[in-house]
Each structure stands twice: as structure tokens, then as C-alpha cells.
Design a protein around this ligand. Structure first.
Ligand code: NDP
Ligand code: DXP
Ligand code: MN
Length: 379
């Protein structure tokens, strides 16, 4: 039995992780679940998966559900609660599926405690990639990618010599507005932006996908996960999201990973690596699809992607500021406070005022994150 804990069990990745657990009850045991505020769903998950430890985002929510929990279940709350679920208990693997850099401390705590990480929470690597990867290396902990593109690259690299890698290419669907001109983006609504053509995901990542910030975060995530310089990380538009990403080797061979868009596949692979188990994901029929299409990435149409890659190349706290500004701007867009195009403007304005710290420690990252959030909230 593999014991797993999930940070963000009530979200898109969290619930799909529990789907994978439910498909293999003989193999997985749920040790801990951390949710934000969806206590109704959390209680349902507690009844079904019988974790020993749970957490919610506030003391009030913890007080609200205390009497509904079976006896013996330990209850925590707040950021300390996330850390408790990540590092306490007895999990072998922690799936990091909270959204945003709020996941950083708990991810570091899980690694410190020697837990392998099923890493969905890409913002953690964007905000403090060097801290996470260095600690994982020191602790001998595996960072197993859940993000579909990174899982694809991870699978393509299986058994390969890293020195033979010429480049990796992260594919991008183009998001909800892939066929819109920049002029047409002026009046788009939150509801339009939340309609991703291929994936059903949480609200924040769906907006990130529409601005192409998601691909920027993923380039930075790939740089940290696979230890490659930015010059060896490419992005390619691929509207069908069938080729999840690929690796080109120095002999010109390309190995790609393909599949129908279903996050249960990369989630399960992170939990069963290096083994492959059966999955209910729809089988891919290339004959039925007939044609896959690709387009050169357009960095003028998607300026936030260019900006993210520039921040990655700058290094230090530039990516921390980028991520924090984006988190605030997306939250404001989702609350209908700003327009869609204002998201990338706010990121750019925050970066213009950012004083970069090279090789920051955790405290410097937290300070930078807070400052960028404050500014992005005011702009
Ligand atoms: N969805 C997808 O297909 C993919 C997602 N990812 C990444 O995975 C991560 C999760 O995304 P997704 O599942 O879509 O997001 P969702 O918004 O669907 O879920 C987020 C989860 O985090 C919880 N949460 C939010 N804030 C807190 C907090 N302060 N304390 C504790 N828990 C909190 C939410 O709880 P509650 O709902 O109870 O408030 C929820 O369980 C993101 O980093 C995303 O970029 C990567 C690849 C694909
Ligand atoms: C499922 C997944 O991994 C998402 O990150 C997805 O890739 C979003 O798609 P695009 O950002 O390519 O639109
Ligand atoms: Mn992805």
C-alpha cells in the first residue's frame, strides 16, 4: 500500500487524484487531505477515503466541521495545517495540488520530511525553483511531474542520457482565445476566458492558459525540473493537445508522448512511476483524429509568455514577482475588477518596479512575493 496525502484535495487535480486512488483501492491509502474552503466536498472525501488527518484554510472552517469528523481524525487549519498534512503523518508521496505560491512552504516541508512529491503546483517552482530542487536533491526526494507537459517530457527522458538532449518542446493549446486577434481580446469576459477548448481545469490555470502565462510558468517549471537552460526549452502551438510535449536528441531523433487530454494519466504515472497501470482514459485513435496541427508560437500575440521567459533568464526573484503579480491580477479579473488585457499590463508594471535579488533565500522570496502582491492589488 502506498500512502498518499493531497494538498488541495477538493480542486480539479485533487479530485482526479482521488479518482485514481479509487480505481486502485488495493494499492493506495489516503493519509491526509488538505482543502481550502469546500468543506462539504472535504467531508464527503473523508467518509469515502478515510484519511487520518485533514486540514482546511481557516480556524472558523475547522470549528464548523469538527463535530462532523469521525473520531480519531486529526484536524488542522491555515498554512500550518497545510504544512501538517504535507510533513506530518505517514505519507510516502504528497501530491501538491493547491493553486498558487501558497503551496511553497508545505512543499518544502514535505521534501524536508523525505516525502516524494507529485508536483502539480507549478507556482512553487516558478516562485522558488532553486530552493525546491536543491532541497529535493539533498533529501533524495523525487519530484514527479503531474503537469501534463512535464509528465510527457519526463516519460520521453526515461532511460535516456541527459547529455544527449538537444532541446525540449512544451506544447501549448493556445487557450480559450487562440483564434482571437489582440484587438478582439479587449472586450472578452470572464465566462469566455473560462471556456478552455481541451481541458477542464481550475479557474486560475484556465485564465493562465488564455493569457499564455501558463506556458510561461511551464517553461520555468521545465527549466527547474529538467535542469536545462532556457535556450533549450521551446514552445510550440498545438491546438489539439494530443502531443503533450516532446524531446529532441542530438542525433535528431524526437520522442514525444501522446494521449487524449486526461489528467488522470499523468497523475497516475506520478503515483506509480516507474510502473504503468491500467487507466480509464479514452484510448487515442490517430486514424480517427486524422490530422494534428502545429503553429509557430507568436510572442507578439502572447506578450506574457515572452515576459515570463525573460524573467526566467534573469533569474533571482524576477520569476517570484512575475508569479505573484499574475496571481493577484488573475484573481482581480475573476472578480470582474479588471479587463482581460489588464492582467499582462499589471504583470509588466510590477516587473518594472521590481528590484531583483539574485539567489534569494526563502525570506527574500516571501518579501518579494508580498511586495509584488501589494503593488499588483493597487494598480
Ligand atoms: N487542473 C489541471 O488540470 C491542472 C492543474 N495544474 C496545477 O495544479 C494546481 C492546482 O490546480 P487546479 O486543481 O486546477 O486548481 P483548483 O482551483 O481546481 O483547486 C485548488 C485547490 O487548492 C485548494 N486551496 C486553495 N487555496 C488554498 C489554501 N489557502 N489552503 C489550502 N487549500 C487551498 C482549493 O480548496 P477549496 O476548493 O476547498 O477552496 C482546491 O482544493 C495549480 O498549480 C495548477 O497550475 C497543472 C496542470 C493541470
Ligand atoms: C492539463 C495541463 O497540463 C494544463 O497545464 C494544460 O496544459 C493547459 O493547456 P494550455 O496552457 O496548453 O492551454
Ligand atoms: Mn500543463
Amino acid at each position: 500500500m502506498k500512502k498518499i496525502s493531497i494538498l488541495g484535495s477538493t480542486g480539479s487535480i485533487g479530485t482526479q487524484t482521488l479518482d485514481v486512488v479509487a480505481m486502485h483501492p488495493e494499492a493506495f491509502e489516503v493519509d491526509g487531505l488538505a482543502a481550502g474552503s469546500n468543506t462539504a466536498l472535504l467531508l464527503e472525501q473523508v467518509r469515502r477515503f478515510q484519511p487520518r488527518r485533514v486540514s482546511v484554510s481557516t480556524k472558523q472552517l475547522a470549528d464548523d466541521i469538527r463535530s462532523s469528523l469521525p473520531s480519531g481524525v486529526e484536524l488542522f487549519y491555515g498554512n500550518e495545517g497545510l504544512v501538517e498534512i504535507a510533513a506530518g503523518g505517514a505519507a510516502d508521496t504528497v501530491v501538491t495540488a493547491v493553486v498558487g505560491s501558497v503551496g511553497l512552504k508545505s512543499t518544502l516541508a514535505a521534501i524536508e520530511a523525505g516525502r516524494h512529491i507529485g508536483l502539480a503546483n507549478k507556482e512553487t517552482l516558478v516562485t522558488a525553483g532553486h530552493l525546491v530542487t536543491e532541497l529535493a536533491e539533498r533529501k533524495g526526494v523525487k519530484l514527479l511531474p503531474v503537469d501534463s507537459e512535464h509528465s510527457a517530457i519526463f516519460q520521453c527522458l526515461n532511460g535516456e542520457n541527459r547529455a544527449d538532449v538537444a532541446s525540449i518542446t512544451v506544447t501549448a493549446s493556445g487557450g480559450s482565445f487562440r483564434d482571437y486577434t489582440r484587438d478582439q481580446l479587449k472586450d472578452v469576459t470572464v465566462e469566455d476566458a473560462l471556456r478552455h477548448p481541451n481541458w477542464s481545469m481550475g479557474a486560475k490555470i484556465t485564465i493562465d492558459s488564455a493569457t499564455m502565462v501558463n506556458k510561461g510558468l511551464e517553461v520555468i517549471e521545465a527549466h527547474h525540473l529538467f535542469g536545462l537552460p532556457y535556450e533549450q526549452v521551446n514552445v510550440l502551438l498545438h491546438p489539439e493537445s494530443i502531443i503533450h510535449s516532446y524531446v529532441e536528441f542530438r542525433d535528431s531523433s524526437i520522442i514525444a508522448q501522446l494521449g487524449t487530454p486526461d489528467m488522470r494519466v499523468p497523475i497516475q504515472y506520478a503515483l506509480t512511476y516507474p510502473d504503468r497501470w491500467s487507466s480509464p482514459a479514452a484510448r487515442l485513435s490517430l486514424a480517427e483524429i486524422g490530422r494534428l496541427t502545429f503553429r509557430e508560437m507568436d510572442y507578439v500575440r502572447y506578450p506574457a509568455l515572452r515576459l515570463a521567459i525573460e524573467c526566467g533568464k534573469t533569474g533571482g526573484t524576477a520569476t517570484t514577482a512575475f508569479n505573484a503579480a499574475n496571481e493577484i491580477a488573475v484573481a482581480r479579473f475573476l472578480r470582474h475588477e479588471i479587463s482581460f488585457l489588464r492582467i499582462e499590463e499589471i504583470i509588466e508594471e510590477v516587473l518594472q518596479q521590481h528590484d531583483n535579488v539574485v539567489k534569494p533565500d526563502l525570506e527574500q522570496i516571501e518579501l518579494c512575493d508580498a511586495a509584488a502582491r501589494e503593488l499588483a492589488s493597487k494598480l
